[in-house]
Design a protein around this ligand. Structure first.
Ligand code: FAD
Length: 476
């Protein structure tokens, strides 16, 4: 070892993604002396560097192009938009990603968080080792620095699942590759129509790519109800996206110019050609390479760390948060768990409660849900009513030229308590917050109906659906 002294720290956090950096900030606010260990030279994790933030930047560029195309009915005409994609990528990287990550670094500094760059692994329940990051790390004679800690929060996140028959290459790419393409592909095959595949397929279709989605389930966005996903399917098809569901791509050939994907479509063996093949079939938690086997931390059979409601693992001073824990692999879940774990270390009676965690797909139109669906409620033996209001009946949506979609409320039959909501349509990603608050606060549909919503806005369908739920529909 380069330095045999074992160093002691207060609270150590591994990973600087939404889980890790928020845990570090909150722990510091609660008076803990915090050290954050990050394997890369950047902070912000997948979310800021390769996930939520850059994907939404590209999606917004796609929306601008689409908006500039679809103007005829408003009496507007433009020359066809010209895309300088190198400039788009520069904007996304420098003005969006780097701006946001600089902000996070500044916050960590302000909160006096010590940042140690290197790859952390656990030697035991009480000792961890930080190796210089990089490909030679395990061949190096440098055995790194060893730390003991009062408390440890692990937030090592997740990585894309690689299918053996679709090995990563220059043109068989994961979501990070798809976010960093040097050009808009002429043709792109997307394997996996989950939320990441659907978002990126829509963005590249808006930018002019011919996109083909191959999805194994009966529909894209299989985690959402079919009346939500079918609206997104129609919109994608209108953009020229070819969607094949219930299919399994067999394998791929890659050369310098592109890919050939072999797939059975309608009982015929087909070879599909494209410039790139994006594979987005799920993510794997980063729990298999950090020495957890040398600790008493328990892992379930999905590789997720088992925790109590405060994020505490089977090892009482080790907490786990974010994508390495059960529940939706979403940044806002990680933010919440981060605050819960830091609070638990400070002795606060914090607890994670996932009922009000919204899930959003930034597709066109957006899809957003919170709480339970009607089917899920009934499976749990809860009798529910649903009330649905279409955006076609909302003046703001119609005047924006966005009449597709609806808001649906799911409430208990007896008390009318709101226990779930689904939105597909314009602004769904923002609108869902009102319903998350209502679900969290266990409000009933009457509370929503009696809340004055501004007119004309996209929020009105929420109140209209609540009016339907209490038996007094107004604009329908
Ligand atoms: P991560 O963000 O994965 O961060 C983990 C960090 O730990 C990384 O910086 C990594 O380098 C570091 N690390 C790992 N192992 C070690 C180690 N041993 N030692 C030191 N450091 C280590 N979620 C949303 O809520 N909304 C979205 O719109 C959204 N869009 C997405 C789009 C894409 C394309 C992708 C891929 C993901 C998206 N997500 C979205 C998911 C979101 O990015 C993750 O849920 C979130 O980043 C998880 O946060 P985390 O803190 O658990 O881990």
């Amino acid at each position: 070892m380069s330095d045999s002294t074992v160093e002691h720290r207060g609270t150590i956090v591994i990973g600087s993604g939404p889980g890790g950096y928020v845990a570090a900030i909150r722990a510091s606010e609660l008076g803990q002396k915090v050290t954050l260990i990050e394997a890369t030279d950047r902070v912000g994790g997948i979310c800021l560097n390769e996930g939520c933030v850059p994907s939404k930047a590209l999606i917004s560029v796609g929306h601008r192009i689409r908006a500039a195309h679809d103007t005829d009915q408003y009496g507007l005409s433009f020359e066809a938009p010209k895309l300088d994609f190198a400039k788009t990528q520069h904007w996304k990287q420098h003005d969006v990603v780097e701006r946001m990550t600089r902000g996070v670094r500044g916050l960590l500094k302000k909160h006096d968080v010590e940042i140690v760059q290197g790859f952390a692994t656990l030697d035991s329940d009480t000792v961890l080792r930080v190796m210089p990051a990089g490909p030679q790390q395990f061949m190096s004679v440098d055995l790194g620095r060893q730390f003991t800690f009062d408390d440890l929060i692990i937030a090592t996140g997740s990585r894309p699942i690689e299918i053996p028959s679709f090995p990563w290459g220059d043109r068989v790419i994961d979501s990070t590759g798809a976010l960093n393409l040097p050009e808009v592909p002429k043709r792109m095959i997307v394997i996996g129509g989950g939320y990441i595949g659907t978002e990126l397929a829509g963005a590249y279709a808006d930018m002019g790519a011919k996109v083909i989605i191959l999805e194994g389930s009966p529909s894209i966005l299989p985690l959402f109800e079919s009346d939500l996903s079918s609206i997104v399917t129609k919109r994608l098809e209108a953009k020229g996206v070819e969607i094949h569901t219930g299919v399994r791509a067999r394998d791929v050939d890659e050369d310098a110019d592109g890919v050939q994907v072999f797939v059975t479509l309608n009982d015929e063996e087909e070879t599909l050609e494209a410039d790139y093949c994006l594979v987005t079939v799920g993510r794997r938690p980063n729990t298999d390479n950090i020495g957890l086997e040398f600790t008493s931390v328990e892992i379930d059979n999905h590789g997720l760390v088992v925790t109590d409601e405060q994020g505490r693992t089977a090892s009482p001073h080790i907490y786990a948060i974010g994508d390495i824990t059960a529940g939706p692999a979403l940044a806002h879940k990680a933010f919440f768990q981060a605050k819960t774990a830091a609070g638990a270390i400070a002795g606060q009676p914090t607890a994670n409660d996932y009922i009000g965690v919204p899930a959003v797909c930034f597709s066109d139109p957006e899809v957003a849900t919170v709480g339970v669906t009607k089917d899920e409620a009934e499976k749990q033996g809860v009798a529910v009513e649903t009330a649905k209001f279409p955006f076609a009946g909302n003046a703001r949506a119609v005047s924006l030229g966005e009449p597709d979609g609806f808001v649906r409320l799911v409430s208990t039959k007896d008390e009318g308590t709101l226990i779930g909501a689904q939105i597909v349509g314009p602004g769904a990603s923002d609108l869902i917050s009102e319903l998350s608050l209502a679900v969290n606060a266990q409000m009933n549909v009457e509370d929503i109906a009696l809340t004055i919503h501004p007119h004309p806005t996209l929020s009105e369908p929420i109140a209209e659906a609540a009016d339907i739920a209490i038996g007094y529909p107004t604009h329908i």
